[in-house]
Write a protein that binds this ligand. Sequence first.
Ligand SMILES: NC(=O)c1ccc[n+]([C@@H]2O[C@H](COP(=O)([O-])OP(=O)(O)OC[C@H]3O[C@@H](n4cnc5c(N)ncnc54)[C@H](OP(=O)(O)O)[C@@H]3O)[C@@H](O)[C@H]2O)c1
Length: 270
Amino acid sequence: MTTIAILGAGKIGEALLAGLLKAGRAPSDLLFTERYDQRAAELTERYGVAGVDTPEAVERADVLVVAVKPQDIEPLLDLLADTVRPGTLVVSLCAGLPASLYERRLPAGTPVVRVMPNTPMLVGEAMSAISAGAAAGPEHLDLVEEMLGSVGKVVRVPETQQDAVTALSGSGPAYFFYLVEAMIDAGILLGLPRAVSTDLIIQSAVGAATMLRDSAEHPVILREAVTSPGGTTIAAIRELENHKVRAALLSAIEAAAVRSAELGRAHDPA
Ligand SMILES: NC(=O)c1ccc[n+]([C@@H]2O[C@H](COP(=O)([O-])OP(=O)(O)OC[C@H]3O[C@@H](n4cnc5c(N)ncnc54)[C@H](OP(=O)(O)O)[C@@H]3O)[C@@H](O)[C@H]2O)c1
């Protein structure tokens, strides 16, 4: 049995804990650490999983999943530095932190897998991209893929692609929320009550996303199917093209990747 400890059971850590339990892992095979006793007690009551301190997690777990905010990583690494046991797998969910940061601080040969998850993990629909660090092998990636598969979909990418992943799926949900917000406003402009406009757009987003995922059709085909000659959709598409929305998305996502690389360099002087 593999014992998994989640270090920092905040929003993402709790979502993973819930997903692992739902996927059939026994509460006794899971541990978590949390700074506040009251939050730890609540989590134990909700999930039946023991909250422990970091030294105990290191002692008992085969897999340490780091889910603290990136700005909290240094004190945690100080605690882990000399104590992580040989063979313990370290899985980092921290946005922008390179595997090399852990490799520099942890005992030589510690396998590290870097993950870029996204917030739909909270509803079991995460998109996670995983990358092996220098000492992580296929067996480690298999285990992490299985773990994260309990809260969504998983792809494997080389670590050099993690800035692009961050810009696409890491920040991606925010772009969709932004578009939905703007489309709800369009409904208000057209005189619809806000509640009606919100329902119309959210269900359209859910329906469109489900078609994209389940029909296996290219997005262009799906769009063309609702774009009749001389109709309403093409009138709207012309405005989107006039306002260079496609070019704006390309530039926006490129800017996010550049920023991700900048933030990553702060943790990786090499
Ligand atoms: N792409 C994305 O959108 C995305 C999405 C989700 C998550 N992530 C990554 O996931 C990680 C977690 O994010 P989150 O939103 O879940 O943050 P969060 O809700 O703040 O959770 C982090 C938790 O870790 C706790 N903590 C900090 N240091 C600790 C320590 N030394 N020992 C034990 N617990 C500690 C924090 O406690 P306090 O409350 O006391 O600070 C908090 O409960 C981040 O690194 C983030 O980059 C990325």
